[in-house]
Design a protein around this ligand. Sequence first.
Ligand code: HAM
Length: 410
Amino acid sequence: MSSRFQAPRGTFDILPAGWEQRARVYAAAAQIFERAGYGRIETPAFEDRELFARGVGQSTDIVQKEMFSFTDQGGRGLTLRPEGTAPIVRAYVEHGMHRLAQPVKLWHWGPYFRHERPQSGRFREFNQIGAEAIGSDSPLVDAELIILLDELFRELGIAGIRLRLGSLGSPATRAAYRDELQAYLRQREAELAPTVRERIDLNPMRAFDSDDPGTRAVMEEAPTMLERLDDADAEHFAAVRAMVDRAGISYQLDPTLVRGLDYYTRTVFEFESDRLGAQAALGGGGRYDGLVEQLGGPSTPACGWAAGIERILLALDEEADEPGVDVFVAASEDQRERAFALVRELRRAGLRAELDLAERSLKGQMKQADRLGARAAIVLDEQQPAQLRDMTSGEQRELDLARAVEELGP
Ligand code: HAM
């Protein structure tokens, strides 16, 4: 069957079998966060456009090209959230969470929207899981967050993971470094790709991201932020690294790690999987000590990360387990009400029980039980006493209905 309507480009439907896998990721994450004392937060799917322009940064690709923005009937400029950190900081400030014990530890799961070119692992509506710890500048926070994300990947059994770790310093050292880098790039402007040249003023750090061979050669000799960290930032970074080392997590130090959002200060990190193609980033994050104040709150340090659910699922790459049916209750026409009541009773007892909802013949119902992969079937037919059929062996025997739950129990 083909329909005139299809899910919009870069979006997808999550069907029941796909949800099973997601539920496993959700359950693993919920348990990890619960044990670490993180509370679940949910913010709206759209926010004031200005929140992202200010929070994520006017010069970023996200704000410049990727936001789905619209004007509502009241003339307000709104945007489907492209990321979760600015909204969570908005909520932190709006609800006066700075008055709670710090840091406030939050986690989230939900849909995000970016107008990117769709490809494997890159969508226009995708889902993220994320964590934010707001209100402490301790390197313990950075380390804990990195360890939690690593734990999630381990718990899910994702193989081939790499961690890249860097530090962007504080705004003052970063600004000085930015000037130095801009001067260096201008000196060698002729060797750079045109797109990089255009961005020297706006976002020189992005030059490290370029695939262009000429630009890469220039960047290999460029000064790096890690070489320019001031003492306090260098000390903070060393403390984070020591704790990550002690946790037995290996990483690659990346002096050029630039993330696509402007709010980062100090620690930045990104997990990649070699099971993903071009879109290798499974998740990433870092410290954003200036964002709360920038969005109107008191000066408050913070750190967090987000990971892409669809990328996690691609890296898992396992066949979805069909949810098994414990028992199918098949019934002749005059026994349907009995079957209906029995199924309710079986479900109340915790069994996955189904019955025919399409008025099939008894034979058709047995076929349906087979299609569903039912472990057992109960046959109610006024011609004979209730029967219990083992769907694997085909063995069938009489069943005392009063003992059905007991007989079918695990
Ligand atoms: P991000 O690196 O932009 O960070 O996104 C996090 C993750 O979301 C990526 O590593 C990737 O797995 C997934 N992702 C991003 N874009 C797409 C897409 N178009 N399709 C599928 N998956 C995608 C942030 O969003 C920050 N808010 C993270 C953070 C939290 N930093 C501090 N706190």
